[in-house]
Design a protein around this ligand. Structure first.
Ligand code: TRP
Length: 326
């Protein structure tokens, strides 16, 4: 039996090149080796304020982005979290074995609470428990996420172990799956921090749905380091290293090859070429994206809901029996 991979993306903000190179592109490579389940985690998104109309369209947008990136709905399960009520049911049950002190320690909660002082709601606090439910319902082996989420996966393991020893051996212990390639695409305006859709300047990132002309502009405006030699050096030339990494991943050429190709040329030339590579990638990506209509996406999500529900229901039944409510 193949191992199971589970991951999710929130339908909020704009997905960018960092999300594509750090997550989606790698998921595509995994889908033939593993049973893959990719969720649109809308109940996580509402822990911050969302406009209902925007949320609805973002849910479809994320599913379309999955497909445009190359995820195959015939092999992978793509579904919307809120359509499988086992997620919130299991989250409630897991709440009863989660200590508030454990949630208080979560760095993402602390960060988000600081940024949203006027809306520190229970959902935001409980976010990691819902995420644990997402993962545990599907007997997940591996969870491909960025390092900012590894604390949540660690908590998931703690809760699974606690449940298994207190009640019955129901849950499989999942592991974080750390990706080797492209895991950390950095901000174009600040290579010390990860590319982020919530960055203060939109020149931090290239959104997957940015117009190619806009993307070109953003690449040309990216900060560079001092010196002029095109050499990959994370410590001395972090901005250049980031551009080389993006170039290498999008054009499928090694960084060494790029260094050789740009030997004796300046940063300006590299940026101009990278701007073209990015613009071309986006044009093709967006062409695929716009080829999916809402009806088609709704069908995919409905098929996903059916497959996901069947797996989730089985786990939830075992959980209910173990705790004595069924
Ligand atoms: N918290 C994750 C993020 O913001 C999204 C997510 C929710 C998730 N549930 C998940 C990721 C389960 C992996 C597995 O990136």
């Amino acid at each position: 039996m193949n191992k199971t991979i589970f991951s999710g993306v929130q339908p909020s903000g704009n997905l960018h090149l960092g999300n594509y190179l750090g997550a989606l592109k790698n998921w595509v490579a995994l889908q033939n080796q593993y049973r893959c389940i990719f969720c649109v985690v809308d109940y996580h998104a509402i822990t911050l304020k969302q406009d209902p109309k925007v949320l609805r369209s973002k849910i479809l947008e994320i599913a379309k982005l999955y497909l445009a990136a190359g995820i195959n709905p015939e092999t992978a399960i793509i579904f919307q979290q809120s359509q499988v009520s086992a997620h919130t049911e299991l989250a409630w049950i897991l709440n009863t074995i989660t200590k508030t002190a454990e949630l208080q320690r979560m760095t993402q909660f602390k960060d988000k609470a600081k940024e949203n002082k006027e809306n520190i709601n229970m959902g935001l606090f409980d976010y990691p428990v819902l995420m644990a439910a997402d993962i545990l319902l599907y007997n997940t082996d591996l969870v491909p996420v960025g390092d900012d989420q590894s604390q949540h996966v660690e908590l998931t393991r703690v809760l699974a172990r606690r449940f298994n020893s207190r009640f019955k051996d129901v849950f499989k212990l999942p592991e974080v799956y750390i990706q080797k390639q492209g895991a950390r695409v950095m901000g174009l305006d600040d290579p010390r921090k990860k590319m982020s859709k919530s960055a203060s300047s939109e020149f931090n990132y290239v959104a997957l749905l940015d117009k190619p002309a806009m993307a070109r502009k953003k690449i040309m405006k990216a900060v560079t380091d001092s010196g002029s030699e095109i050499k990959f050096d994370l410590r001395k030339k972090p901005a250049l290293a980031n551009l080389l990494a993006i170039y290498s991943l999008l054009a499928n050429v090694s960084v060494q090859e790029l260094e050789a190709r740009y030997n004796g040329h300046g940063y300006g030339e590299l940026k101009k070429d990278l701007a073209e590579v990015v613009a071309k990638f986006l044009a093709e990506f967006q062409h695929r994206f716009s080829g999916f209509d809402d009806q088609f996406i709704n069908n995919i999500l409905e098929q996903g809901r059916q497959k996901a529900s069947a797996i989730a229901a089985e786990t939830l039944t075992k959980v209910k029996e173990a705790i004595g409510v069924a």
